[in-house]
Design a protein around this ligand. Structure first.
Ligand code: GLY
Length: 423
């Protein structure tokens, strides 16, 4: 099978490293990939729908696997299917689950899917009045969300009403996210440990992968600004069988049924971001793609051929495959550039990856590039170091032994990934 993978982050490198192990694979291309991509790179941006469709047609690609949300929201899967190319990834209509927070919220509320209550605003004056008169009086943090795509930066959670008001002005009046901020949601704060549940989905058939827990704040102790994710572990001990059963029956099944009722056939992966509140699990967000860095622990735990699962899902045959995961633990630490998630310098030479691998690490490349034969930093989140083992204490010790082998000028990482499990 000739496969084209779309994307360039750590998530896509984890997908690529799984795909190249498949006996079904003849050749893997990645567009555009990064400095560590283990296959042929194609110089087409992930957002270039026409470029991807033309490449797939001209190169007789058997399957396109779309990593990030942007191309899905732009309708890349629809255009590929129109051109007769098999694709793992949902349609533009289905991608509204991530592309419009209001769409997802309405779908949940209309179908009694547990989530936080919210108010929707289409002008800043009403939103600011609501913050002053209602949201600031609840005694819980205020959550402001831009409706549309905002590269993971469209959510502000704050206990300070003036910060919430600034966020409203930035999003709605100063248009820092363009039209994505035409409408906003002000939402009930959901207090509880966050857990990500990824599911392969083909219509109403689904397979729920092991839960994982991301660490979104930049610094140890969950301090500092929100990031795309600084480290992750899987499985999540607090997410027990009873919780899984609840999520499956009250969230996953209901969501897929609600999509079907709207005439939407969902295909690909559904990311359900949950808060495990005292009143039970509630949905914080849906995404229409694998999580990053969640994928960097989920795929190393997967026993079944990942490419086969993508292929069967794309063909509408998910129920024909018996998916299995290893009964092990995985911990992944993100190595980032100093300054991330704010501004940072690039171009520093990276060393020690081979030494880390010799200690058993899986190293996934995210923001790096090859320059004159040398691997250099080229982004905020640069590498992911994952260790798979039998128990968390061992995994945590080993993953940090591996991390300590890698360095560049200005590398930083959290030193407390997965420690919550030991407490
Ligand atoms: N780790 C958060 C996300 O993928 O959205």
């Amino acid at each position: 099978m000739k496969v084209l993978l779309i994307g360039s982050g750590g998530r896509e490198d984890a997908m690529a490293q799984s795909i190249i192990k498949s006996p079904l694979l003849d050749k893997l291309f990645i567009a555009p990939g990064n400095g560590g991509s283990p296959c042929e790179r194609v110089n087409i941006k992930a957002s270039d729908v026409d470029g991807v469709v033309n490449f797939a047609k001209n190169n007789s690609i058997d399957l396109v696997i779309i990593g990030p949300e942007s191309p899905l929201i732009k309708g890349m899967a629809d255009q590929l299917e129109k051109a007769g190319v098999l694709v793992f990834g949902c349609s533009k209509e289905a991608a509204q689950m991530e592309g419009s927070k209001i769409y997802a919220k309405k779908l949940m509320l209309d179908n009694k899917i547990p989530t936080g209550l919210c108010e929707i605003f289409s002008n800043s004056k009403d939103a600011i009045d609501y913050i002053n008169n209602v949201a600031s009086k609840t005694g819980t943090p205020i959550v402001v969300k831009a409706d549309g795509e905002a590269a993971g930066k469209g959510v502000v959670v704050t206990s300070d009403p003036s910060v919430a008001i600034e966020a409203v002005k930035d999003i709605m009046d100063n248009k820092i996210f363009g039209h994505s901020g035409d409408n906003i949601i002000i939402e009930e704060y959901l207090d509880g440990q966050e857990t990500t549940v990824l599911s392969f989905v083909d219509g109403e058939d689904y397979y729920i992968m092991p839960p994982s827990q991301d660490h979104k704040r930049a610094f140890d102790g969950d301090k500092g600004p929100n990031t795309g994710g600084m480290g992750v572990y899987s499985p999540v001990p607090v997410f027990d069988e009873k919780t899984k059963e609840f999520v499956e029956n009250n969230i996953i099944k209901k969501t897929l049924k609600a999509l079907k009722d709207r005439g939407i056939y969902y295909k690909g992966v559904l990311y359900t971001g949950l808060a495990l509140t005292r009143k039970g699990p509630k949905v914080v967000e849906f995404n229409v793609r694998f999580g990053d860095p969640e994928t960097q622990v989920i795929l190393p735990l997967m026993e079944t051929d990942f490419l086969e699962v993508c292929y069967k899902t794309a063909k509408g045959e998910l129920k024909d495959i018996d998916i299995k995961f290893k009964n092990k633990k995985a911990v992944s630490v993100v190595l980032a550039s100093n300054g991330y998630p704010g501004s940072y310098e690039k171009g520093f030479e990276i060393s020690g990856i081979e030494e880390a691998k010799k200690l058993g690490a899986l190293v996934f490349h995210a923001g790096d590039e090859l320059r004159d034969g040398k691997l250099v930093t080229n982004g905020g989140r640069v590498l992911n170091v994952t260790y798979v083992g039998d128990d968390y204490k061992d995994c945590i010790e080993k993953v940090y032994d591996c991390v300590n082998k890698i360095s560049w000028d200005g590398m930083f990482y959290r030193k407390d990934i997965a420690y919550r499990v030991l407490r």
